[in-house]
Ligand binder design. Structure first.
Ligand SMILES: [Zn+2]
Length: 132
């Protein structure tokens, strides 16, 4: 299995590496906001994808309670866009709940950490690596 890494391309910042069975994209899934980071694979990775529209169509017809949970989460994220407590997310840096890595106090210490290292070149090379 390949490693999945989270980077913020606009600032050339490596944020974290995902482990097996971890999920990503919850904020966008529930809030509808654009993603602020990119997930890249180093090597072959197998992913499962949950399409938001397909999910909503499936719960609207038969699962009214799930619709209420989804809409409550969405409302909380829109009402307070820097508070991620409703999603039980932990910051990748400090592991505290309620905020995400790019909003963390530690983020300023790592921001741009790929600009002076070879990690970015490595991740780009891995994307184009061919089997020998
Ligand atoms: Zn933090």
């Amino acid at each position: 299995m390949g490693n999945m890494i989270i980077v913020q391309e606009s600032t050339q910042t490596f944020i974290s590496e995902l482990q097996v069975n971890q999920v990503f994209g919850q904020i966008s899934f529930f809030s509808g906001r654009p993603r602020t980071v990119t997930v890249k694979s180093r090597g072959f990775s197998e992913l499962m994808y949950l399409d938001q529209m397909m999910f909503l169509k499936s719960i609207y017809t038969k699962h009214s309670h799930a619709v209420k949970v989804y809409e409550d989460l969405r409302y909380k994220l829109i009402e307070n866009p820097k508070n991620f407590t409703p999603l039980y997310l932990k910051c990748y840096h400090c592991q505290l709940k309620g905020h995400i890595a790019i909003d963390c106090d530690f983020y300023q210490h790592i921001k741009g950490n790929l600009t002076n290292q070879n990690d970015m070149r490595f991740t780009q090379d891995e994307n184009h690596k061919q089997e020998i």
